[in-house]
Design a protein around this ligand. Structure first.
Ligand code: NAP
Length: 306
């Protein structure tokens, strides 16, 4: 199989924590260049734009977009225009309209677009979906609570309008919309905004899933143990996904779902999509975030201190 020569745009936390080590551990990929406004990682050529990179290195095959969601359109358009297959980090864009413009661009250019949801690649997601298929769901509760200071230290973009706690929250929505058999409809949304920020630090969302309640709580100010849990009661037992859906328990008993890390799975999938010339784009979790703002009742809470 041909090695996929991949570039990364945006050498920040997720590029360094996950993309670079995952590519290094995967024989199908080689990390060959960076599009960066700063210093490229040691030994990797850095470029200020995709056109500059492709002029110098025309044999690059693909690019992983790891910049914040706002401001990706030029990067993505340039990537398709220069014949690259494209993987984008979640959330896909700043707006629904912008996110929806990416797949037509890929199709017009004959390239592959992988709009990723890394939490959907967690080891418990597929077995949970299979288990739920054969049961009737009675109740769903999701608690996704983490400390923004730990996961997004000093990041200004996280507090831009439309993001805040939905940056991790969209991961929970990506799992819920993958494992639940029917579409969810938002019924109520309560958003808490820090007095000094333009984005919410917490959200309480109530959905209807074919007549069944789905309660979702997001908090970006969680000190101590972090919580990324989904609990589901059915007519035939209960299911718990924890640790961001990497762990699964049925009726309180742990289930062995393997240990493959999310990003290893993600890059395996990207290679499959490239080989089969297929795009994978599902904007459902992102639409739910937009709905949370449409129905959102806003309250202002104390100022956020980093
Ligand atoms: P980050 O640490 O702030 O890095 C983003 C990088 O994008 C920057 O280092 C910079 O790269 C580039 N960039 C371009 N325009 C920028 C702008 N206006 N503001 C800030 N950076 C800009 O962010 P991150 O945590 O890696 O998150 C990037 C994406 O990955 C987001 O969509 C996020 O949701 C997703 N993600 C993050 C995590 C996490 O744990 N942090 C987990 C999963 C997914 P250069 O220095 O190379 O110019």
């Amino acid at each position: 199989m041909k090695t996929i020569r991949v570039a990364i745009a945006g050498i920040g936390k997720i590029a360094r924590d996950q993309h670079i080590p995952t590519i290094a551990a995967n024989d199908r990929f080689e990390f060959v260049a960076a599009v960066t406004g700063h210093q490229a990682p040691e030994g990797i050529p850095g470029f200020r734009s995709v056109p500059q990179m492709m002029e110098a290195m025309p044999d690059i095959d693909a690019i992983a977009i790891c910049t914040p969601p706002r401001g990706r359109q030029t990067l993505i358009a340039d990537s398709f225009a220069h014949g690259l297959d494209v993987m984008i980090e979640k959330p896909p864009a700043a707006t629904i309209a912008e996110a929806a413009s990416f797949l037509p661009m890929a199709q017009a250019a004959g390239r592959v677009l992988h709009a990723t949801w890394h939490s959907r690649e967690a080891a418990g997601v597929h077995p949970a979906k299979q288990w739920l298929k054969e049961r009737t769901i009675r109740r769903v509760e999701c608690n996704w609570k983490e400390d923004v200071r730990v996961w997004h230290p000093g990041q200004e973009w996280i507090w831009e309008p439309g993001i805040g706690v939905f940056d991790p929250g969209i991961n929970a929505l990506s799992v819920l919309t993958k494992i639940l058999p029917e579409p969810m409809q938002l019924r109520s949304s309560a958003l808490r905004f820090p007095a000094n920020k333009a984005a919410p630090i917490a959200a309480d969302l109530e959905y209807d899933h074919a007549g069944i309640p789905v309660s979702v709580a997001f908090d970006f100010d969680q000190k101590g143990p972090q919580t990324w849990d989904i609990d589901i009661e059915t007519d035939d037992g209960s299911l718990k996904l924890s640790m961001g859906a990497s762990k699964l328990a049925i009726n309180g008993e742990d289930v062995d779902v393997g240990e493959e890390p999310e990003y290893a799975h993600l890059y395996r999938r990207f290679a499959e999509l490239i080989d089969s010339r297929t795009s994978d784009v599902d904007l459902t979790p992102f639409r739910h975030v937009a709905d949370a703002f449409l129905l959102g009742k806003r309250t202002v809470v104390g100022a956020f201190e980093e």
